[in-house]
Each structure stands twice: as structure tokens, then as C-alpha cells.
Design a protein around this ligand. Sequence first.
Ligand SMILES: Cc1cc2nc3c(=O)[nH]c(=O)nc-3n(C[C@H](O)[C@H](O)[C@H](O)COP(=O)(O)OP(=O)(O)OC[C@H]3O[C@@H](n4cnc5c(N)ncnc54)[C@H](O)[C@@H]3O)c2cc1C
Length: 397
Amino acid sequence: MTADAITTTDVVIFGGGVAGLWLLNRLRQQGYQAILLESQQLGAGQTRFAQGIIHGGTKYALTGKLTASAEAVGRMPAIWRACLEGQGEIDLRGVNVISPHQYMWSTTSLTSRLSGFFASRVMKSRTLALSKSERPHLFQHKDFRGQVYQLDEPVLDTSTLIRALAEPQRSAISHCDFATLNFEKKNEAIELNWQDNGQQFGVIAKQLVLCAGEGNEDLLSKLGKNEPRMQRRPLNMLMLRGMAEPLFAHCLGSGTVPRITITSHPDEKGWVWYLGGQLAEEGVQRSDQEQIKVAKQEMQTLLPWLDYSHCEWATLRVNRAEPLQPGVKRPDSAFVQHQKNITTVWPTKLALSPLAADMVLDAFAQAGFQTSPEKKYQLAEFPGYASLPWQEKQRWN
Ligand SMILES: Cc1cc2nc3c(=O)[nH]c(=O)nc-3n(C[C@H](O)[C@H](O)[C@H](O)COP(=O)(O)OP(=O)(O)OC[C@H]3O[C@@H](n4cnc5c(N)ncnc54)[C@H](O)[C@@H]3O)c2cc1C
């Protein structure tokens, strides 16, 4: 490779999911020279499978206590709402808010058990008990028994989120074929080079930030590091196509995870209901056919007045990538580990990406990193955008 084909920069971010793209925006705002490399398409990892809920922590308080998870995520809806209104740290006015609120419903027996908890000061600030006429249409049905709460948690279309984060930064985003990627130490910096469409590309970076979700494991190994370690928590999600109206709601169960979490996404046949929660966690052990059977029974039990006979069902297996926890438990908050010139990030929730970016900026500030003057980069092609899972024909076969 000729020397003039090598670009120098302050920071290279690996991974164009929500965490990497949020960080790219924040770093460049602060004057850092930063580029982002994506091995597939933007959003191709967990981000496109996310239900898009900007959690405020309510579902993590279901034990009746305000857990560490609930505390960490509690500030996030306000940060996101400011961005969605064009008043926050990143302009997200281009993002499609599919629902201004996620709701939560409970059966009659659970409502009485949890009534003291919902009346508590902390929960009152996060949940609003709705009268019958205020409820989403589906819960106004005569056969519905129980209580419905409105949560301060908007639901976003993740494909428009990825575009809103990437478009202003196009000139700093490049495809990078992981199979051809090599790292080499250069004094205090790291040189990386890769091939794309028969061309060689090279970058010398002071800092690498790994935001590659599940891909962080291979990147760390290529960098000769075996820490921090990653865990995968698998899910067997469900998609239900052909629903006439949307629903955005958690159904309270008896444990710490909602019995079912439903979000809805428009397509040409109406609405696709996307089902997660305990159903998706426990469904990992089931075959896909069994999972669909259990899901049909569950929907019939929880919302029996709806007609599902014309709907198409599909399963979707996907892993959550997170820092390793004792007992492979759910982490409480975003994870950022900064070591010399490699920083590893797992936001653990889409909603926590702003916090993860702040943690990286804090680590850089504490280490006293200097920014460099603006420059033009010589990069490979823009990687393009991943499709949403329910838009992919093969998933419905
Ligand atoms: C089914 C499901 C539902 C969820 N729902 C929600 C929700 O409603 N609300 C919420 O807050 N969170 C939710 N989450 C969690 C959330 O999706 C993730 O925490 C978040 O998307 C992680 O973003 P990320 O950018 O770290 O990783 P990812 O989205 O996984 O992005 C990583 C990117 O890195 C790229 N990559 C991989 N290897 C390399 C490499 N070597 N070089 C360059 N690029 C590479 C990938 O192609 C990908 O684009 C959900 C997760 C799942 C699985």
C-alpha cells in the first residue's frame, strides 16, 4: 500500500448499530476526528431486531423494588425525547415515532397484588393508570378485565433511527471486510488495513472503539485480547402479520420479565405484531413450530376477543450481546471498558446508547486525549442500510 492511501484519524469505531452511530455523532460534535467501519450494513446487528422501546425502567421494577437496571435507564426517555424534538444532543427529528407510549396491562389478580407498588411515589412518576376511555382501543373491549398503565416510553422505528444517525456522517462511514482486516501497532497508535472491491484501504488511529455487538468478540481476538468477555442471551421472538391495528404493551407476569412484550410495525398487510418478553426467553428451548403453538395459546389467553385466524406467524432467533455477567444474568446498565487505546462498548439496551457514548467521552477526557484538525478521508464505499426482519420475504416461509 502506498503511504498516501493511509488516512490518519483520532478514533476508529467498529460497528454501525445504534451505539457506534450515536458515538460517531457525539465524538465529531466534540471535535474528534472519527470514522466508523461497518462489516455488513448499518443496523444489521441487534439494532434492526430491537422492538424500539425507549425504556424508562418500569419493566425492571416489576419485583416491586427500584432495581439498578431501573435506575440506570430511568433518565433515558427524557434524553431521547429532547433529541426527537430537535432540542437534544443529536437531532432525531427524522425518526419515525411509531407510538408515543408503551403501555402495560395486568390481569385483575396481579393488579390487586401490585396496587401499593403502583401507588408508590417513584412509580407514579413513571406510570399513569388509565381510565377505560383513555386506554388504547384494544383494551376498551367489554371482555377486558384488569388495569392499563401508560409508560413514559416512546417506541421508535429503528430503520429511520439508523438513517437519522448515519446520514449527517456519511463521509465518515465506510464498509470494511472483516476477513481482510489486519491490525499493526504503530508506536502509540494502531494501523489497520483492509481490502474492499479489490482496493486496499489503511487507517492509522490513536483510539479504537469496538461497538460491533456480537462482533466485538472476534475483533478482540484479532487484537490479541481475551478481555472483556462477552455473553450471548438468546431469544426466540415471534412475528404476527396481518393485524388490523397496532398494540404497544407489556403484559405483567408474576416474575421480573414481562410475560409478553408487544410492539407493532407497519407493513403492506397492515401491522406486524412483534412479540418478546418471557415468551421469547423461554421459547429458546422450543422448536419453532412449538414456539408458534405456545404463542397462539398465549395470545388466545391474554387477548381472547381478537381474531388471529387470518394471521401469518413466524419465529425469529437472535442473540443479545453483552458483557459477561455471573450466571449469564442481564447486565444492569451500559458497559464501557477503556484500556490504553482500545475501548469496548456494549450498550446492553438501545435506549442506553446515549449513556454509553457519554461514558466513552468521559474516558477520553480523563485520559487527556487531544483532538486533531478536520480532514478528508479516503474510505471504501458507504455500507448501505439493513432491512427490518419483517420486510424479509424468506422469514415468512
Ligand atoms: C430481539 C431484541 C429486542 C430488543 N428490543 C429492545 C428495545 O425495545 N429497547 C432497547 O432499548 N433495547 C432493545 N434491545 C437491545 C438492543 O437492540 C441492543 O442493545 C442494541 O441494538 C445494541 O446496539 P449495538 O450498536 O451495540 O450493536 P448491534 O446493533 O449489534 O450493531 C453492531 C454492528 O456491528 C457490525 N459489526 C459486527 N462485526 C463487525 C466488525 N468486525 N467490523 C465492523 N462492524 C462489525 C454489525 O454488522 C452491526 O451493524 C433488543 C435486542 C434484541 C435482540
